[in-house]
Ligand binder design. Sequence first.
Ligand code: 9L3
Ligand code: MG
Length: 125
Amino acid sequence: MVAAAIIVDGRLLLAQRTRPPELAGLWELPGGKAEAGETAEDALRRELREELGIEVSGGDRIGDDVPLPDGRVLRAYRVELVSGTPVALDHADLRWVDGRELGEIDLVGNDRGWVPDLRLHLNGW
Ligand code: 9L3
Ligand code: MG
C-alpha cells in the first residue's frame, strides 16, 4: 500500500475518507494498493491520477513502514505535484494543512505515526 505526501508551500494535502464506515470522515494521505508489477512510483502516479486528477513524480520514502492487520505494509512517499489541481474524485473533501493543523485534524490511525516526520517539512509548528 502506498500513500503520498504532497507538500506545496509548507502545507500537506490531506484527503477525507468516505469508506469503510469506521474510517469515513477521517483524514489520510491519499493512495492505495499497488497492483502486481507496479513500482511504488507507478502506483502513486496511478492512484493520484484516479483519486485527485493530478500528475505526480518522485517517491522518496518518508516515515516508517506501517504493518496492516492483513499482512500488507503501508509506506508513505514524498511526491512532487507535476500538473493539475487536486479534486476530491474519490474522497469527501481535501485540505492543505500546516504543521499545527496536522496535529489537530482527525487522521486515520495508520497515518498518525508519520506526523513527526511530516512536520519537519511543514510550516507553522
Ligand atoms: N490506509 C491508511 N492510510 C492511508 C491509505 C491510503 C490507506 N493513507 C488504509 C485504510 C484501509 C486500507 O489502508 O484500511 C485500504 O485503503 P484503501 O485501498 O481503501 O484506500
Ligand atoms: Mg485510496
